[in-house]
Design a protein around this ligand. Structure first.
Ligand SMILES: Cc1ncc(C[n+]2csc(CCOP(=O)(O)OP(=O)(O)O)c2C)c(N)n1
Ligand SMILES: [Mg+2]
Length: 335
């Protein structure tokens, strides 16, 4: 692992953290009028997977997608403008936080329907197989997505056809307020279960960005060589409430002690420490990173806030349906 890669990992994680924390800080202003699931505490997987993927690889995600989009090279201004519902957003202001699409960087979609994009990611990989190229399709999902039927159909199909899919499961122990113990049988390992479905699997510490990067790289190399899909399960922990900008440990579904235990393992400080002690990266170099990110984030928020809302006439653009009639035309809705 070169110091350059480690610095890039640190930069990406810091950037994601700053953006998410600034969204949380500004959310009460009421200008971001969509449900917003933040990834504070979970930055390492998004940063490392994003760095290991090529620009022409494709990725899909779910409701907690900001970090995945930024990691994949998504444009910060387009992300924030989307969350502000503006025409300059990556989904032209019609999607909001949970519906990010940006073909320019191979981010092929995120959706609020848990597990909804898993078959989409597998379908993208099926297309790659037909084209006989060495692209990879990355499917980001949470621990709860494996409770959806479509997960099994998709994994089965990917294994059967030896498709170039990288499944990345971020196991943060919770589905909204429900811990794993009330959702899945005691002692079950998600990775082991998926191994039983015919995939090669590995489990890793999702707060160790360097380790995640190495595991993802190894998996991607194998996928590109035609060895079929891989499944990686990373343990991690979200710090804020499931949806929204606040701390919610007072609700009682998890303990403050558990939260603090995970916070102590947080990925950014850990890598920063390693860079300073093992690679002699100076404090001022790291401070410069912070200054650059703060500036970029501030400019991007101003851009999002100052951008126009979409024109009403665009409401039905980019839809697959041809069933619009005079009753549902935009002009009619304005009456
Ligand atoms: C099909 C479906 N069922 C239920 C929900 C409600 N829901 C939204 S997010 C979520 C939790 C998902 O947990 P996980 O996949 O582990 O991701 P995390 O929120 O922990 O990142 C649920 C149950 C939904 N959006 N879609
Ligand atoms: Mg979860």
């Amino acid at each position: 692992m070169t110091p350059e890669i480690l610095k890039q990992l640190l930069f990406q994680m810091k950037r994601i953290r700053f953006v998410e924390e600034e969204i949380a800080r500004r959310y009460p202003e009421g200008k971001m009028r969509c449900p917003t699931h933040l990834s504070v505490g979970q930055e390492a997987v998004a940063a490392a997977v994003g760095l290991a993927l090529r620009k022409d690889d494709l990725a899909v995600s779910g409701h907690r997608a900001h970090a995945h989009y930024l990691g994949k090279g998504g444009d910060l201004k387009s992300l924030l403008a989307e969350i502000y519902g503006k025409a300059t957003g990556c989904s032209e202001g019609k999607g909001g936080s949970m519906h990010l699409v940006d073909e320019l960087v191979g981010f092929m979609g995120s959706t609020a329907i848990v597990a909804g994009t898993i078959p989409v990611g597998v379908g993208l990989a099926y297309g790659m197989k037909f084209k006989q190229n060495d692209q990879v399709s990355c499917v980001f999902h949470g621990d709860a997505a494996v409770e959806a039927g479509v997960f099994y159909e998709s994994v089965n199909f990917a294994a059967l056809k030896k498709l170039p899919v990288l499944f990345v499961c971020e196991n943060n122990l919770y589905s909204v307020y429900s811990p794993l113990r009330v959702r899945q049988p005691k002692g079950r390992s998600i990775a082991k279960m998926v191994e039983g479905l015919g995939l090669s699997v590995r489990v890793g510490d999702g707060n160790d960005a360097a380790a995640v990067y190495e595991m993802v790289n190894e998996a991607i190399t194998s996928i590109r060589e035609g060895d079929g899909p891989r499944f990686l399960e990373f343990s991690t922990y979200r710090w804020l409430e499931h949806c929204g900008p606040s701390w919610d440990n007072d609700l009682g579904y998890r303990t403050e002690a558990e939260f603090l235990e995970w916070k102590a393992k947080e990925p950014i400080g850990r890598l920063e420490l390693a860079l300073r002690s093992d690679y002699e990266i100076s404090a001022s170099e790291i401070e410069l990173m912070d200054v650059d990110i703060e500036q970029e984030v501030s400019v991007a928020f101003n851009y999002a806030d100052g951008s126009p809302f979409p024109e009403i006439a665009c409401m039905y653009d980019d839809l697959y349906t041809d069933s619009l009639n005079s009753e549902t035309k935009p002009e009619r809705l304005l009456d």
